[in-house]
Design a protein around this ligand. Structure first.
Ligand code: SF4
Length: 427
């Protein structure tokens, strides 16, 4: 059963992909800690890294004055890096100190970094050892947030994938939704699924370790974020089955995402219509307001957040833009195929990055709007292009119906500002 019309002919799923493996300009996976520590309320993220890593976290997350922070950095000193000190013994001491001071911590993530990877510090072994020491009160896991060959949303992906093997097992038929969403958005999603009569719904990550997220052969899962390739693989290995769908960005994406889940759970067309009709109208109306600025404009996507294909689909199909190039760090058919089906044929589709070549292509295209990482925004603005930072998209609630208008407005804002400046200059 399907609740939405079939995709149009002529999408991009079988379009040739330009694969680039050159220099990349992206943030590292430590960035994910900033939103993950807010989501998982009994977790602590201990980065095993350098002063640079500590500075990145401090400046990106701000300093919490009143609350005890739930992230920190165990700094590897020169003696560790030179192999002159036992980094494992120091880490054990640091963790023991932290956990004795903070009984509220139930999950501790040891987060690898470039320096810990360079000296090949075995954090998996450390996590195993520390779990034995601090169980059952604290579960210690590890993942890498290193910036070597990764992009910034891979931090969340690696973190969630690390949690899958330790989830309790269940035989129950349940829906698991993976991807950290702001609480207010998560509540809206749970409301929609409940109204459709779908449940039980479990979340990864759950807000607390004791919540009932489990996995087994009867678990079906949906991804709320397009950057969860490793998590998808881990869930599949654990016996769960993926429900492929476009991602819940914009009215169309949200409807298609809900529809795929509704079809899996046998929800009737009438019920689906009853639940989604009003929010769909609201979302379309909100998007239309911002689309006035966006319609007819061109967009160029540098690979950064792993959300590029989904956003290009939203901007082209719901906001009337056209894309000249859509580049994403990785393209996986199981995750991005349904989005590529919907993306109208035309743009160059690229995977990976060779930043100099791509800059040349962007400058040749001269798009009205360029979606890129922070590092490229200033040089491109200096060339007269209008830019949008991809990283803003993970810090702003943008999923599902009630945020569709805000999502479109995020892209309309830089174009409006540019127009205002042009008019002021002309006066
Ligand atoms: S993990 Fe690597 S890229 Fe990220 S802040 Fe640390 S040293 Fe820099």
């Amino acid at each position: 059963m399907t609740h939405v019309p079939p995709p149009p002919q002529g999408g991009c799923r079988s379009a040739p992909v330009l694969k680039e493996r050159g220099q990349r300009e992206v943030f590292c996976g430590l960035t994910g800690i900033i939103w993950l520590h807010r989501k998982m309320q009994d977790a602590f993220f201990l980065v095993v890294g350098s002063r640079t890593c500590a500075h990145l976290l401090q400046s990106a997350a701000g300093v919490m004055i009143f609350a005890e922070p739930r992230f920190g950095t165990a700094i590897l000193e020169e003696t560790d890096l030179a192999g002159m000190a036992d980094a494992h013994a120091e880490l054990d001491r640091e963790v023991a100190r932290l956990l004795s001071r903070r009984p509220d911590i139930r999950q501790l993530f040891l987060v690898g970094s470039c320096p810990s990877e360079v000296i090949k510090l075995d954090l998996a072994k450390a996590a195993e050892r520390l779990t034995q020491e601090h169980a059952p009160h604290v579960r210690v896991l590890n993942y890498s947030g290193s910036g070597i060959e990764t992009t910034f949303t891979e931090g969340e992906d690696a973190c969630l994938a690390a949690m899958v093997p330790v989830l309790p097992r269940t035989e129950a038929r349940e829906l698991l939704v993976a991807g950290a969403l702001p609480d207010v958005v998560e509540d809206q999603m749970m409301g929609l699924l409940a109204d459709l009569g779908i449940g039980p719904v479990r979340l990864l990550p759950a807000r607390r370790v004791d919540e009932e997220t489990a996995i087994g052969p009867n678990t079906v899962f949906a991804l709320a974020q397009p950057f969860l390739g490793e998590t998808h693989a881990a869930l599949t290995r654990a016996g769960a089955r993926h429900i492929p769908a476009p991602f819940p960005f914009g009215e169309e994406g949200t409807t298609a995402w809900l529809s795929a889940i509704a079809a899996e759970f046998g929800v009737s067309k009438d019920r689906f219509e009853e639940v989604t009709a009003a929010p769909r109208v609201r979302a379309r109306k909100a998007v239309a307001a911002a689309a006035e600025t966006l319609s007819g404009k061109s967009a160029f996507f540098f690979p950064d957040s792993q959300m590029e294909i989904s956003l290009a689909r939203f901007l082209t199909r719901e906001c009337g833009m056209n894309a000249t190039e859509v580049a994403q760090p990785y393209i996986r058919d199981a995750l991005h195929g349904p989005e590529l089906d919907l993306l109208p044929a035309g743009p160059r589709i690229a995977e990976g990055q060779d930043v100099d070549r791509q800059l040349d292509r962007a400058l040749a295209d001269r798009p009205d709007l360029t979606i890129c990482g922070l590092g490229l925004a200033n040089p491109l603005e200096a060339e007269g292009l209008t830019t949008k930072w991809a990283i803003e998209l993970v810090f702003t609630p943008v999923h599902f119906y009630e945020q569709a208008g805000d999502l479109a407005a995020l892209f309309a804002r830089p174009l409006r500002r540019k127009e205002r400046l042009r008019l002021e200059a002309a006066e």
